[in-house]
Design a binder for this molecule. Sequence first.
Ligand code: PLP
Length: 487
Amino acid sequence: MSDAATSEQRARLARLPAVERVMSRQAAQALSDAYGRSQVVDAVRAALDVLRGEMLAGVEASNCADASESDGADATVEARIIDHASHSLEARARSRMRAVFNLTGTVLHTNLGRALLPDEAVRAVVDALTRPTNLEFDLATGARGDRDDLVDDLICELTGAEAATVVNNNAAAVLLTLSALASKKEVIVSRGELVEIGGAFRIPDIMTRAGVRLREVGTTNRTHAKDYEEAINPRTALLMKVHCSNYAISGFTKSVDIGELAQIAHRHALPVAFDLGSGTLVDLAQWGLPAEPTVRGTIDAGADLVTFSGDKLLGGPQAGLIVGREALIRKIRKHPLKRALRVGKLTLAALEPVLRLYRAPELLAQRLTTLRLLTRPAADMHAAALRMQPAFQLALGERYALTVEPMFSQIGSGALPVDQLPSYGLAVRVAGAKRGGRALVQLEQALRDLPRPVLGRIADDTLQLDLRCLEAADEAAFIAQCAELHL
Ligand SMILES: *Cc1c(COP(=O)(O)O)cnc(C)c1O
């Protein structure tokens, strides 16, 4: 207790209830049942500390100023302490990872967890979480199995590859491929493909980590076949191509396609690997989406190895898939890093049903969540925007003006960075103002403070809420939550 405390303060502080006394109340008992006694004791102690601090600072609420007067007031103080403890326990128990509304217009948003999984995958994950599985057990022979066996046949069937393996993510796939096939040797890559993907994945750095010497050829905008030819030497282990994913070079450009690069490599008895990044299994042009190279097409063109992500266009869980020649995959599987980068059973459980959906390409746009979102017609989002407008405008009040407007969504995750998908959404501007300023930032914050945070995108003094990723079930949830918007 501070020396500065007055005798009156001291008297009141002395009347603060003991922890045990607070704990003996029925409400504290109920909290113990929910959170366990030790957590509640800590929370009560912390609440008492806060109250003590307030008293010393002379800011305590009026309802405890009389604490020394009567038993009724004691009860009020105790109830207040429990209330404080209850709130802090509740806040502590709230999950840090929360569902949000992705109205950014970016379907595969890396910061929001990329691909959403179809129901088949969700059921399989729940199953694998709650029951033992044959993860590494061969049910045919009763012997130990390999976890890769669960999906590699399916991957080969869908890609035309001889063999396949799966690791934690595509960055791991590239690191492992380079470590297994080119350690202490040279790998030739075009200067136009030395990309940074974000989240600190940079091709030159990965090469260093893998103990590989990077041999850059060509220039940023133009690389020719002869550039690769001239760089090949006895230390060369691999020729590599990297999908530019998140950037596009236009104008005076030249690159060597995978078919031609494979011919060069094979003339020198060298393998060629292609880091496809997003790597789709199907031709997206059939749904009117911008074309991307398919894994099968890349293998057919002569790539000996292809690496790609599980949670980008594939629409599955986070994973890195490596497919290609049997002998090379065998080497990759035997590398010690493979064990460190292996996938867990939840990933495999989710990946298998997602891959299986690709056996029915006619139904894919309906069943695969990522593709369903990417192929949603703009008219769908337009109708949703019109339905949602009245309730949302009401919640926004007169300070903000809401209109239904066309927008452009993006695929995201580095896939097709320059192509945009026509969409519709809700556009919010500050009423009667040219600039969004603080009011718009405040609105953005208020939307993030909702029980299920709403994330949009500010552009041109407008908060855009693209409705592409808001499917029917979530539309009702969004509207229900509008009443809780505090502006
Ligand atoms: C996305 C991407 C990666 C990294 O994949 P992750 O699955 O995020 O690890 C690597 N290379 C390219 C070309 C990419 O587009």
